[in-house]
Every structure is written in structure tokens, then in C-alpha cells.
Design a protein around this ligand. Structure first.
Ligand code: F6P
Length: 341
């Protein structure tokens, strides 16, 4: 059997660990052949496919990024996309694909699987917002990086007695903000799932100053204020209701400064959360996902995604996993609110 491997969407730490375990187990235990698809779905549209063997995956376990490259290309947004994907697979005699991706990449995989392409999905994203799995790999590394940043920001904030706003990734979900915010001892955590009240945020910040502590506010990039609370001039909302231009972190610092009359600054962590070496947990999870994904290929159990449930790796229908994002549920957030509020 010949198996293609592709990584799509935003990169995240642990992608190489999956590629390595898929290829090693596939070659050693099942005598499969492999090819690597370059740059996610784009490689199948452009017929950009490279050989992949045990020597290509040697030494990549601790390396961030992906040796195959990635893109956000969706084959269904291209004319003849489906046909071009099918043609590329046929020309390289690929029998099955292991697709490593987040919501968009796995969404396209679900569609392709409905059109008869044999594939198995592996969930990745630092955002942890893929349904059906307790965790995606990449998340633990991102939370570790964000937590370390918050620890560092505490000491500089205290030295100048100013508020520090830390903007973390998370367009649709606040998992990174919630976990890193709790681990880093933030005073306020703002997530996309729950529009926030800027008056209340400033009140919490003020209270913190009153007891001589410098407040730390952690905000997910997709968090939004309640309707009607955007007051800074020249700001507007994008199609999702997110603050455009400078971003929500910058907006918050401006509002906090204006309303509390205290200095406030913003740190946007950005792609630092996605780069570099994966944590031990992410290597462990990614490796196990890879081993189970190639087992699913061997068994011909296609149209499924490997997932973590407790400590077990299970398989779930891809269509279920991609039907909607996994968001932070109310009770988890309220646990934090009750503690700090
Ligand atoms: O989906 C993962 C993610 O890191 C999001 O948290 C973030 O909004 C987005 O990717 C950034 O994407 P890009 O690197 O394409 O700007």
C-alpha cells in the first residue's frame, strides 16, 4: 500500500512527531510505501509530492514546524479542486492519506472522504478547538510558552506598577487564554466564548491596583466586548465582530489607561506560541496519534479521526469532529471567575 501524508493549516509543535511515527510504524510493521504531500492541500492541487521514507523522518521528533510545509489552501475553493486532488493521488498511486490538520484542513478532509478518498485525520492545533478529542497536540506547548511570558510580565508590571495586557492566540476559542491565564495567575481572563464588560474589567483592574498589585489581563485574540462598548475612535469590527486594526489587546490597554488613569501596556505573543520545539506532552500525544492513525489505515478504517479520550486513543467519525468547534464551556470559565471575581 502507498500512503500519502500531509500537514495543513497553521503549523504547530508536534507535526513532525506525527509524521515520524506514521512513517516508522508504517514501514517497519506494515511494509507500506510513503509519499509526502507538500504544503497541505496545495500540494495535491499542484501535484507537489515528494518521497518519504525512514531516513526523511530521522531526527525530527523535537523539531517544531513541519518538514512537509503547510498552507491554508482548501481544495473546494478552487475550480476543479476535487478532480485535481484525485488526479494527483492517482498519478502517484496513493491508496490512502493521513491528513494532519485543524478545523479547516479536517473539514476539507471530511468532504473529500465523502467523495470516496481513503483518509484518516489527525487533529492538531495550538488552539485546542477540534471537537471529539480531549486535547490536540501543540496546545500544551503554546500554553507553556504563554505561561512563561505571563510569569515574566508579572515582574516588570510590578516594577512599574502598571497593568499589562497579554494577547494570546485563539480566534474562536479561549483555551490558551484560560489555561495559561490560570497557570500564570492572571487577574482577568477574556475569551471569545463570552463577550466581556469593559466596565467590569476596569473595575477588577482598579481593585488590583488598590491593593498594590500590578494587574495582568490575559485576552484571547478573538475575545470581544459586549455590544456597544467599543469606544476608541477609528476602531471598527470585522465580519466576525472582532476588533480590527490594532487588535483587542491594544484596545483593552487604551481603555484601561483612559478609565483607570494608570499606565497600561500590551504584549501580543503571536506566532511565538506556535514556533519551536514541542513539549514532552505534545511529543507523546503526537507520536501516539501517528501510531494509531497508521493502524486505522492498515485496517481500512477510513473517514475517521484519531482522538484522545482520557489516556486512550480512540477513533471518531471525521464528520462529527468537524461539525463544530470545541469551545470553552461555561462552567470551566465560571470556576475561574468565582475564584477571582
Ligand atoms: O489556528 C491556529 C492559529 O494559530 C490561530 O490561533 C491564529 O488565529 C491563526 O492560527 C493565525 O494564523 P496565521 O498564521 O495564518 O496568521
Amino acid at each position: 500500500m502507498r500512503v500519502g501524508v500531509l500537514t495543513g493549516g497553521g503549523d504547530c509543535p508536534g507535526l513532525n512527531a506525527v509524521i515520524r511515527s506514521v512513517v516508522r510504524k508504517g514501514v517497519q510493521e506494515y511494509a507500506f510505501d510513503f509519499v509526502g504531500v507538500r504544503d497541505g492541500w496545495l500540494g495535491l492541487l499542484k501535484n507537489d509530492v515528494v518521497p518519504l521514507d525512514i531516513s526523511s523522518v530521522r531526527g525530527i521528533l523535537p523539531r517544531g514546524g513541519t518538514i512537509l510545509g503547510s498552507s491554508r489552501t482548501n481544495p473546494f475553493k478552487h475550480e476543479d479542486g476535487l478532480q485535481r486532488v484525485q488526479d494527483t493521488l492517482a498519478s502517484h498511486e496513493v491508496d490512502a492519506l493521513v491528513v494532519i490538520g485543524g478545523e479547516d484542513t479536517l473539514g476539507a478532509a471530511t468532504e473529500l472522504s465523502r467523495h470516496g478518498i481513503n483518509l484518516v485525520g489527525v487533529p492538531k492545533t495550538i488552539d485546542n478547538d477540534v471537537s471529539g478529542t480531549d486535547y490536540t497536540f501543540g496546545f500544551d506547548t503554546a500554553v507553556g510558552i504563554a505561561t512563561e511570558a505571563i510569569d515574566r510580565l508579572h515582574t516588570t508590571a510590578e516594577s512599574h506598577m502598571r497593568a499589562l495586557v497579554v494577547e494570546v492566540m485563539g480566534r474562536h476559542s479561549g483555551w490558551i487564554a484560560l489555561h495559561a491565564g490560570i497557570a500564570g495567575g492572571a487577574n482577568v481572563i477574556l475569551i471569545p466564548e463570552r463577550p466581556f464588560d469593559i466596565d467590569q474589567v476596569c473595575e477588577l483592574v482598579k481593585r488590583r491596583f488598590e491593593i498594590n498589585y500590578a494587574p495582568i489581563v490575559v485576552v484571547a485574540e478573538g475575545a470581544v466586548p459586549k455590544a456597544g462598548q467599543l469606544m476608541v475612535k477609528d476602531q471598527s469590527l470585522d465580519e466576525f465582530g472582532h476588533v480590527r486594526l490594532s487588535g483587542i489587546g491594544e484596545w483593552l490597554a487604551q481603555e484601561i489607561s483612559a478609565r483607570t488613569r494608570k499606565d497600561a501596556r500590551t504584549t501580543v505573543l503571536g506566532h511565538i506560541q506556535r514556533g519551536g520545539t514541542p513539549s514532552a506532552f505534545d511529543r507523546w500525544l503526537a507520536t501516539r496519534f501517528g501510531l494509531h492513525a497508521i493502524d486505522a489505515v492498515k485496517e481500512g478504517d477510513f473517514g475517521r479521526m484519531v482522538a484522545l479520550r482520557g489516556t486512550r486513543i480512540v477513533r471518531v467519525p471525521l464528520a462529527d469532529a468537524t461539525a463544530q468547534n470545541k469551545v470553552v464551556d461555561r462552567s470551566l470559565y465560571e470556576e475561574f471567575e468565582a475564584f477571582y471575581g
